[in-house]
Design a protein around this ligand. Structure first.
Ligand code: AMP
Ligand code: MN
Ligand code: MN
Ligand code: MN
Length: 288
């Protein structure tokens, strides 16, 4: 059973591929009983300022975060950064590269979609993205809007997923660079949703080993939509590599009811939470 959680350290706004503006994400989180929220948009910190203002208005704590896409061998991993300084030079430099990679990939995705007969894909995706960091979800929304597919899932399954006709590999920063940038910005690096990469057990173990070796500190043990098997798999890796444990819904859209803000299982009590060393002002067990 999922229950109300006072802490949610992974979610998205219109600054990347979420459906709600940063202030609306904060408002919804507060309404769901969240007291400590990290906004973790993909490869951008652009939503944090307005989220922070909203958090103040709603009397909750906003943790400055982001979710970096990184390259590990031929795979992409997602690394959440928590309590980063959004102004840190190293982080800004990495984010500039990530946004350039997203732009470059968007052009190449659009070229493939045009070849598949889709009209004005780049313009459509840009319209969906607005000011946000452009990503595959914006193309998926455009494909739904044009009637090419009838759901976001179908857009990924038929066009955007690896192996499909509009898939394009993106030139993300490496795992080591991503983790180093988060640390240089004073933050903690968290391996996001470990069971959602479609890895075998062996590959996931190797990914955790590489992440730990690169200076990663924590792993998401509780994530939106996951079941007991997902919790167990992440707990095993946390114990094996001495990683702290994090909790985050990966909320994107209120229509996806199964990963709403703050609707999460409790952390297994044997694990050390990522917030263990946080100051009282943002410590979930102190703020309430
Ligand atoms: P990007 O970072 O632009 O490559 O896009 C990755 C994002 O696409 C993820 O964070 C999810 O929000 C979304 N996504 C990935 N796979 C699917 C899927 N099958 N259905 C819907 N959204 C998906
Ligand atoms: Mn996303
Ligand atoms: Mn992710
Ligand atoms: Mn996410």
């Amino acid at each position: 059973m999922t229950q109300a959680s006072v802490v949610d350290l992974h979610c998205h706004s219109t600054a990347s591929d979420g459906a709600l503006a940063p202030a609306a994400v904060v408002e919804r989180a507060a309404g769901n009983g969240v007291r400590v929220l990290a906004l973790t948009d993909h490869d951008t910190v652009a939503g944090l300022a307005s989220a922070r203002a909203a958090a103040r208005a709603h009397g909750i704590v906003l943790v400055d975060g982001l979710e970096l896409s990184v390259r590990w061998g031929g795979h992409t991993l997602h690394i959440v950064g928590l309590r980063v300084d959004p102004e840190a030079d190293v982080l800004r430099e990495v984010l500039a590269r990530q946004l350039a990679a997203r732009e470059d990939r968007a052009e190449r995705i659009a070229a493939k979609l045009r070849r598949a007969g889709v009209e004005a894909p780049l313009e459509g995706a840009r319209r969906e993205a607005g000011e946000g960091a452009i990503g595959r979800v914006h193309f998926a929304r455009h494909l739904v809007a044009c009637g090419v597919v009838d759901s976001l899932q179908a857009a990924f399954r038929r066009y955007l997923r690896r192996g499909q006709r509009a898939h394009v590999a993106c030139r993300w920063v490496s795992l080591e660079e991503g983790v180093a940038a988060i640390r240089a910005a004073g933050g903690q690096a968290v391996l996001a949703h470990p069971t959602k990469y479609g890895f075998t057990r062996t590959l996931l173990r190797r990914a955790c080993e590489a992440f730990h070796g690169a200076g990663g500190e924590a792993i998401e043990v509780i994530t939106g939509g996951g079941g007991p098997g997902d919790v167990d798999a992440a707990r095993t890796r946390a114990e094996q590599y001495g990683l702290l444990a994090s909790v985050g819904s990966d909320f994107h859209d209120p229509e996806r009811r199964w990963n709403d803000l703050g609707r999460l299982r409790p952390l297994p009590s044997s694990l050390t939470p990522v917030w263990q060393s946080w100051p009282a002002g943002c410590h979930p067990e102190v703020v309430s």
